[in-house]
Design a protein. Structure first.
Length: 181
């Protein structure tokens, strides 16, 4: 689970394995029956989160009856578990505005929540490098690697007896030929 704090329906919350009152004071043993509600709900919440992770789905925090599945092609399917109705959205369709009375409105709200929680990865232009180009790369925090590609795929580059894997590169910019504005 990504959340470190769970708030139960009675206002008490669990954080780092401890139970707290709504005002932030730690709940003591005198509140056993009230703490039981929190721990039962927390256990159900944990079980649901583990099941969601096992099934590869994301659950909305704001609307927990909605889950999302990644199609793998840029589209995400949003499913309302109460009735099985679903819609697919792509990140670029989030500019569409729907009125609140429209059937897709809650799906769009959940889709926006999903895309805000899953920002687009940073572009990696060095993966499209061409033979003959010279790139200045940051590899594991060291920004002094200069690489010249000579007729082979950048992703398979071996140089100076060091395997340069694309997942170890954190930044890069082409220095030759110069990038035109």
């Amino acid at each position: 689970m990504s959340d470190t704090r769970f708030t139960a329906s009675n206002g008490l919350y669990v954080e780092n394995g401890q139970t707290y009152l709504p005002d932030g004071t730690r709940a003591n043993a005198d509140l056993c029956s009230v703490r039981a509600v929190v721990l039962i709900e927390y256990g159900a919440h944990q079980a649901q989160a583990e099941r969601d992770a096992a099934l590869g789905r994301w659950r909305s925090v704001e609307h927990p009856d909605f889950v999302a599945y990644d199609h793998g092609d840029g589209r995400i399917r949003f499913l309302r578990e109460l009735d099985g109705v679903s819609y697919s959205f792509a990140r670029d369709s989030m500019s569409i505005r729907y009125p609140a009375e429209c059937a897709e409105f809650f799906f769009l709200v959940v889709a926006r929540e999903f895309f805000e929680a899953h920002p687009e990865p940073e572009p990696k232009p060095w993966l499209d490098a061409q033979p003959g180009e010279v790139w200045l790369l940051t590899v594991n925090g060291d920004d002094s690697r200069i690489v010249t590609l000579i007729g082979f795929d950048f992703r398979d580059f071996h140089g100076d007896y060091i395997l340069l894997r694309s997942d170890s590169i954190t930044a890069g910019r082409r220095i030759w030929p110069e990038v035109s504005a």
